[in-house]
Design a protein around this ligand. Structure first.
Ligand code: ZN
Ligand code: ZN
Length: 339
């Protein structure tokens, strides 16, 4: 039996350990991917720390995967050996449940598969994926550069393009981290009047370089008042995990403005009087399915959006993961796995 290297977690809260495993064989509707790169995302803590009920261990994390199809199971139309593909958080959907029949594939009721959580992910030399989870990679992007677009990228791109904000509308991005540095680029390239909000003045030059037209330092300025001076935001994209930072910007929404939350906090206090007087809303956003990932990749090529990454080899996955957790990575961490 041919073997591969994989980095797995063998119990909730256990370490990331490099092991040798059999190379898996794809069943019906699945392909096998020879992994080239996999992003290390904060959501990998869900797998590592057992934050989701019913995780089966050992489990290989990783849901920002790019590689080449090197084996194809039965019942696989369209996809072929040698195609380079990406796989994100959404690990596939059934296509026949009521939510899928309404086009809400992200909310599939029968196959709630999550890459690297309910099925082994990309911290390995090979992985399996169902065809509903595959995004076709454009040739212009390298695998290492593009891996974070499969989670951080698709989440911010898909959120913004479904937010209702269009060219010329005021869009604010709270936080300049892994998500925020991509959100700023996407918002600016979509033609929005783009505002970066972060703590301190140090981030201002980078924010402007990423496309922000305005910068608000929420340490010394009141972000809500500053946004109102600019006319009030159509959309505020909160990428941070601080309820206080979200609460501080809410007053910056304009008429029919929307706070879109993609950073998870346990609770958020909202002034509902303001919401109902100005027809404002607070909403969450899921990431996206495989076609959303594919659209994200293609838009990134078209518009020159790039993730800023730090790369590590697979054998240093534990170190890469700790670096991601430290919050010091500029901005995404990627495992460089093979050619
Ligand atoms: Zn992720
Ligand atoms: Zn379904």
């Amino acid at each position: 039996m041919p073997k591969m290297r994989a980095v797995q977690v063998s119990r909730a809260g256990g370490p990331l350990e490099m092991v040798e495993r059999d190379i898996p064989e794809p069943g019906p509707g699945f392909v096998r991917i020879k992994v080239q790169a996999c992003g290390v995302c904060h959501s990998d803590t869900v797998t590592k720390d057992g934050l989701f009920p019913g995780i089966q261990y050992p489990r290989v994390p990783g849901h920002e995967v790019i590689g080449v199809i090197d084996a194809v199971g039965s019942n696989v139309p369209r996809w072929k050996l040698g195609q380079r593909v990406g796989v994100g958080w959404n690990g596939g959907y059934c296509g026949y449940c009521d939510n899928c029949r309404r086009g809400d594939f992200f909310a599939c009721q029968t196959s709630t598969e999550v890459t690297g959580l309910s099925r082994d992910g990309g911290y390995a030399e090979y992985m399996l994926a169902p065809i509903s989870a595959l995004a076709l990679m454009p040739a212009e992007l390298s695998s290492t550069d593009a891996a974070p677009l499969l989670c951080a990228g698709v989440t911010t791109f898909n959120c913004l393009r479904n937010s209702g904000a269009g060219p010329g509308d005021l869009v604010a991005v709270v936080g300049i981290g892994g998500l925020g540095h991509l959100a700023l680029q996407f918002a600016a390239k979509m033609g929005c009047k783009t505002v970066a909000i972060a703590r301190g003045i140090d981030e201002e030059p980078l924010a402007k370089q990423l496309g922000a037209h305005y910068y608000i330092d929420n340490k010394t300025q009141d972000p809500a008042a500053e946004l109102q001076k600019l006319g009030g935001a159509k959309v505020i994209l909160a990428t941070v995990t601080s309820a206080d930072a979200m609460k501080a910007v809410l007053g910056g929404l304009g008429v029919r403005g929307k706070l879109m939350v993609i950073g998870a906090v346990p609770s958020l206090e909202v002034n509902t009087i303001q919401l109902l007087l100005l027809d404002q809303s607070v909403s969450g956003w899921y990431s996206g399915t495989s076609i959303d990932s594919q659209d994200t990749l293609n838009f990134s090529v078209l518009a020159g959006v790039r993730s800023m990454n730090e790369a590590f080899p697979l054998e240093r996955a534990a170190e890469a993961y700790d670096h991601m957790l430290s919050g010091k990575a500029r901005f995404r961490v990627v495992l460089d796995i093979g050619k």
